[in-house]
Design a protein around this ligand. Structure first.
Ligand code: ADP
Ligand code: MG
Length: 255
């Protein structure tokens, strides 16, 4: 009987039920649990497992560079950042309002870390989320344009409820790149949330896009409903380097 039953569970892809079958079978046989209680618990396990698997696949398809969360972030190291403000963003209310978040600050201050941690929370709530560097985004849009499939690619980046665009400002832009980026932001405006990280203050964005009118139109749409997080502070990368350097100096002085 149980071999046939296990086969049925396999066909129905009830992975957790197969794993826990013996345990619950025993519990019922020993009158520790009623049949309906055992079935209830078994289905609870099965549903929890499905939920976790769905979350994992949402997080997997989001293309995050790492899985660091706000709990891995040392707020004491970066006192300029308002911890409460960041934790509020993790409530994800900004997504319901289609608001944008822009992290502006010097290198190594945790912009990518914090942007990603918000994205991970969104993906865990099964909100469609995608991470892309600005350079990769422009490369993909340009390639699609040459191959006559720009509309599809714009739709791809337009559809995500949360799109994280990392490192705006490093890349030298030509007119085509600036126009492509503007098209995407205009399409997402008031529809979905975009999170941007950049080293470049807004006052210098026209140097990146090399077109003042376009830059104004772009900033207008990005900033209209947005939260701007300015971070001026020490680089955490340097902190790690300095502590390795300090250790080497200490080790040498001990020898
Ligand atoms: P940015 O994007 O601002 O240049 P990152 O977010 O890439 O900086 O941070 C650089 C590295 O330092 C990453 O590995 C990040 O996880 C880490 N990091 C930055 N700030 C902190 C912090 N306050 N606490 C813990 N790790 C941090
Ligand atoms: Mg970064």
């Amino acid at each position: 009987m149980s071999i046939q039953l296990i086969k049925n569970l396999e066909i129905l892809k009830l992975v957790k039920s197969i794993e826990l079958f013996e345990h619950y079978n025993q519990q019922v046989n020993q009158n520790n649990l009623s049949f309906s209680q055992a079935l209830f618990e078994l289905t609870q396990h099965e549903m929890k497992f499905r939920d976790e698997r769905a979350i994992q696949s949402c997080v997997k398809v989001s293309n995050f560079p790492h899985f660091k969360t706000e709990r891995d972030f040392d707020f004491d190291f970066q006192p300029e950042i308002n911890q409460k403000e960041i934790l509020d963003l993790h409530s994800l209310v900004f997504i319901e309002k289609s608001e944008n978040i822009i992290f502006v600050g010097t290198p190594g201050t945790g912009k990518t870390h914090l942007a990603t941690s918000i994205g991970i929370d969104a993906a865990k709530k099964r909100v469609s989320t995608y991470f892309v560097t600005f350079q990769e985004l422009i490369n993909q849009l340009k390639k699609a344009s040459y191959e006559n499939r720009l509309e599809d690619r714009l739709k791809f980046f337009e559809k995500y409820k949360v799109l994280i665009i990392d490192e705006l400002g490093y890349l030298e832009m030509d007119t085509e790149a600036a126009n492509l980026f503007f098209q995407l932001i205009a399409r997402r405006y008031e529809k979905h949330s975009t999170i941007i990280t950049t080293n470049t203050p807004f006052s210098q964005w026209s140097n990146i896009f090399k077109n003042t009118t376009l830059t104004h139109a772009l900033l207008d749409r990005l900033l209209h409903h947005s939260k701007v997080i300015n971070i001026k502070g020490p680089s955490y990368r340097m902190k790690e380097k300095l502590s390795v350097y300090d250790k080497e100096v200490r080790d040498k002085s001990i020898k």
